[in-house]
Design a protein around this ligand. Structure first.
Ligand code: FAD
Length: 426
């Protein structure tokens, strides 16, 4: 009987546990370690500050569903992964041994890389549901004293869609409250152009997103390096195509949310062992989601090392999105099952990207197969239906987690759901 430990219980870790249990069968133990008792549906965090969702609505208690599925749950933070001795060290000084380890710990949010960035500084965050809960208070304060809003993603970020979403959601909320005229809005991004998204664009995302920003009178600065943030003021340097300083901007704000760069979590960094993670603490994997140096370690989700899709004047990372993460999960689960059966891994993740960027009352959808160019399929579209599809996405993905459904969600349900909503013309 093998011990398969899954570290992290987010969008990657929980489906990994379900699919692993299903694939490995009753003869092997599946154990999940997470620092929180609840699953968090991260994609809906941008709806929390304007109170379109309560933080509690995005959380699911994991212990009952894991119990029902026969999955052991250890609710403790990992302090160090020890790949040499096949152990994960925990915050209480104990250690969990494994035969196979799947690392699914998501990102460490590197707010420390820009002075004044993040909830301990002067900008809000929607990267974690607890940050979004704090941002509700910032938003309440803003509503008492509306003024300029600055939203975006700093240099080195590898997640851009939620920045556009948050901007557009606030824009829709301000229109609803009939105070949009009091609020100048600016989008600040390290991307070389609007709609690059860390993917070199997908279909006409450049045209669609630029047009949406123009249509809503939102200014933007691309190739933007955020130098520092002080109370109510962001200092930005716009660089040229060579990455050289071109123009300085001082942007006053009454509310700001900027996505940070990501690194791997602390338990993966400074472990004193070569070959598991890269310089930023992301787990290095081969085409089978398996680490080359420690072949009993697999990894899925945002914590996986993926190089940027192309050189850009400022560092712009490649996003790891839900569809892509699901394909990593399926490949890892089947490869571990094969190894348990004495076979070599053969399953490869497709790394396709499907994203619904909600604009509050409309949105932009895009599909990139595979996520990293050159691609076989690139498609993007706009409409009210995207907003409704995003609500459906939340509802059905949370149902999968709550009910312990092991079937892949995107391949089986999401594409169908999008098609139906679109056909209904919403
Ligand atoms: C605001 C936002 C919106 C997004 N929206 C979308 C979207 O609409 N569509 C899309 O496809 N993608 C979206 N993404 C991208 C991606 O799907 C999410 O980031 C997703 O949450 C990544 O899943 P993950 O499992 O890799 O990481 P996470 O979901 O962050 O899960 C990581 C897990 O590891 C746990 N963990 C961390 N450290 C430790 C430790 N030391 N010990 C134990 N456990 C630990 C965490 O508590 C968590 O349970 C969005 C990302 C963000 C930030």
């Amino acid at each position: 009987m093998a011990r398969i430990v899954i570290l992290g219980a987010g969008i990657g870790g929980v489906p990994m546990a379900y699919e692993m249990k299903e694939t490995a069968g009753k003869n092997h133990d599946v154990i999940v370690i997470s620092d929180t008792p609840t699953f968090h549906f991260v994609p809906s965090n941008p709806w929390v500050p304007p109170k379109w969702r309560k933080p509690e609505e995005l959380k699911i208690e994991l212990a009952p569903v894991f119990k029902k599925k026969g999955i052991e749950f250890i609710q403790k933070a990992a302090t160090k992964v020890d790949p040499v001795n096949n152990q994960v060290h925990l915050e209480d000084g104990s250690a969990v041994a494994y035969d196979f380890l799947v690392i699914a710990t998501g990102p460490r949010l590197a707010f420390d890389e820009v002075p004044g960035l993040g909830p301990d500084g002067y900008t809000s965050s929607v990267c974690h549901v607890d940050h979004a809960a704090v941002a509700v208070k910032d938003w309440d304060k803003f509503m008492e004293n509306p003024g300029p809003i600055v939203v975006g993603a700093v240099q080195g970020a590898s997640c851009y869609g939620p920045a556009y979403e948050y901007l557009m959601i606030l824009e829709a909320e301000l229109r609803k409250r009939q105070i949009r005229d009091k609020v100048p809005m600016t989008f600040v991004t390290a991307e070389p152009y609007i709609g690059h998204l860390g993917l070199g664009g997908v279909g006409d995302t450049k045209g669609l997103l630029e047009s949406a920003l123009r249509d809503k009178h939102i200014k933007w600065i691309t190739n933007a390096r955020v130098d520092k943030i002080e109370a109510g003021m962001m200092y930005v340097t716009e660089v040229d195509e060579e990455g050289k300083d071109k123009k300085k901007h001082e942007l006053p704000f009454n509310h700001s949310m900027m996505l940070p760069a990501f690194t791997g979590i602390d338990a993966l960094r400074n472990i004193g062992v070569e070959g598991l993670v890269n310089a930023r603490g992301f787990v290095m994997v081969d085409e089978y989601q398996r680490n080359k140096a420690f072949k009993n370690i697999y990894s899925v989700g945002v914590c996986v090392a993926i190089p940027p899709v192309e050189a850009t004047p400022l560092p712009v990372g490649t996003p790891k999105t839900g569809y892509m993460i699901e394909s990593m999960v399926t490949a890892a689960a089947h490869n571990i099952a094969d190894e348990l059966a004495g076979k070599e891994p053969t399953h490869k993740a497709t790394w396709n990207a499907l994203c619904l960027a909600d604009f509050g009352d409309s949105g932009v959808a895009f599909l990139a197969k595979p996520q990293i160019p050159p691609r076989n399929t690139t498609w993007s579209a706009e409409g009210k239906w995207v907003h409704w599809a995003k609500i459906g996405f939340e509802k059905y993905f949370m149902r999968k987690i709550r009910k312990g459904i092991s079937e892949p969600f995107y391949e089986k349900s999401m594409l169908k759901l999008m098609g139906i909503v679109r056909l209904k013309g919403k």
